[in-house]
Design a protein around this ligand. Structure first.
Ligand code: KG4
Length: 339
């Protein structure tokens, strides 16, 4: 039997639609909202308005790129949350309307679980490999830093998470202090590759177990720059690359130390990365090094799947479809994480 899922993602500032057939990605269209660039962050009201404009052409393009007819869709999967409420409402309402008009089932998807399942999106490559259960996934984005124990496509347990800021927020803040753009991760990453990662050191957070904390390192970076600027106003200009490299090394070390602890304690050697920060070159290198040292089998997502995309919503929808796990039209979106 052929299962063709239309996935719709609208949790933040990317409107995306994708088609997956029997696990193979046929199309993945992302309309990125440039409007937020000049505000230094996502403006929720502007995001929902842009979703309204983008949703019809984005879904249309995804169906066209997949070269299927709209009647071939078996079910519609959409992001129910977490995310910005106004943004979620656009995707949710569109998905409900389309499912009613096509007479196909509706599937609600948790955005965070979907990030984890990117590793199951197939292409037609003969070398495609997916993680075996159980595995640990380090999910690092602008809103979350979590270590997730993945027992099946649907059964996931958060074993560790941040008690304050997310890793992506720390990168964004670092860029902001240096006068860089938003989002700041790619900017810091780019400069870090030209700098000395041992030039500056920052205090590591002391939090128990598998918990993370990034607010301290953010503040310690701010104070270092502020103090140096008092005696040398050109400090940022002169040491930008070294600052980024040192900051990135510290954040990556924090992430990897807890991931290693969880892998050791849970005796799990299949490790995956997911979320926007998983695009970070320092984190990718560290995971490769740890894999060699600790005999891990690792799964690092393609760059296109690190940020928000509907392909991950569609693949999650496919597994829920196979489990007959459909959702009622009366379900409402949720802004905050609910497990
Ligand atoms: O998953 P994502 O696209 O959105 C959500 O937060 O849901 O993640 C965005 C975050 C931002 O904080 C951005 O600065 C960070 O991912 N990011 C990176 C890199 N690319 C994106 N952080 C570090 N290095 C990167 N190369």
């Amino acid at each position: 039997m052929e299962i063709t899922i239309l996935g719709i993602e609208s949790s933040c500032d990317d409107t995306s639609a994708a088609i997956i057939r029997n696990g193979v990605l046929l199309s993945n269209v992302i309309a990125t909202q440039e409007i937020h660039l000049s505000y230094g962050g996502v403006v929720p009201e502007l995001a929902s308005r842009a979703h309204q404009l983008n949703i019809v052409p984005t879904v249309h393009q995804a169906i066209k790129n997949a070269n299927i007819s709209i009647g071939a869709i078996s079910a519609i999967a959409y992001t129910r949350g977490p995310g910005l409420m106004g943004s979620l409402l656009v995707g949710t309402s569109f998905a409900k309307g389309l499912s009613l008009s096509l007479g196909v089932p509706l599937i609600d998807v948790n955005h965070l679980k979907a990030h984890v399942l990117v590793h199951f999106i197939r292409d037609n490559s003969p070398n495609f490999k997916e993680p075996t259960f159980p595995f640990l996934c380090l999910l690092v984005s602008g809103g979350n830093s979590q270590i997730i124990l993945v027992k099946s496509h649907s059964d996931m347990q958060i074993v560790g998470q941040t008690i304050d800021d997310a890793a992506g927020e720390a990168f964004d803040k670092c860029a902001k202090i240096l006068g860089g753009p938003y989002p700041g991760g790619p900017y810091v990453d780019g400069l870090a590759q030209q700098g000395d990662a041992n030039a500056f050191s920052f205090n590591k957070p002391r939090v128990d177990g598998y918990l993370y904390s990034f607010s301290g390192i953010k503040t310690s970076f701010l104070y270092l720059v502020r103090d140096e600027m008092k005696t040398n106003p050109a400090f940022i200009e002169q040491r930008k690359a070294d600052l980024c490299a040192s900051f990135q090394r510290a954040v990556v070390e924090i992430l990897m130390e807890k991931l290693l602890k969880a892998a050791t304690d849970y005796k799990i050697s299949t490790i995956a990365l997911a979320g926007g920060v998983s695009a970070n070159s320092g984190l990718r290198k560290a995971v490769e090094n740890y894999a060699n040292m600790h005999n891990w089998t690792t799964f690092v997502p393609k760059l296109a799947f690190t940020t928000d995309n509907a392909a991950m919503i569609a693949i999650t929808g496919m597994y829920k479809y196979m489990a007959n796990d459909f959702s009622d039209i009366s379900l409402t979106p949720f802004a905050k994480t609910i497990v």
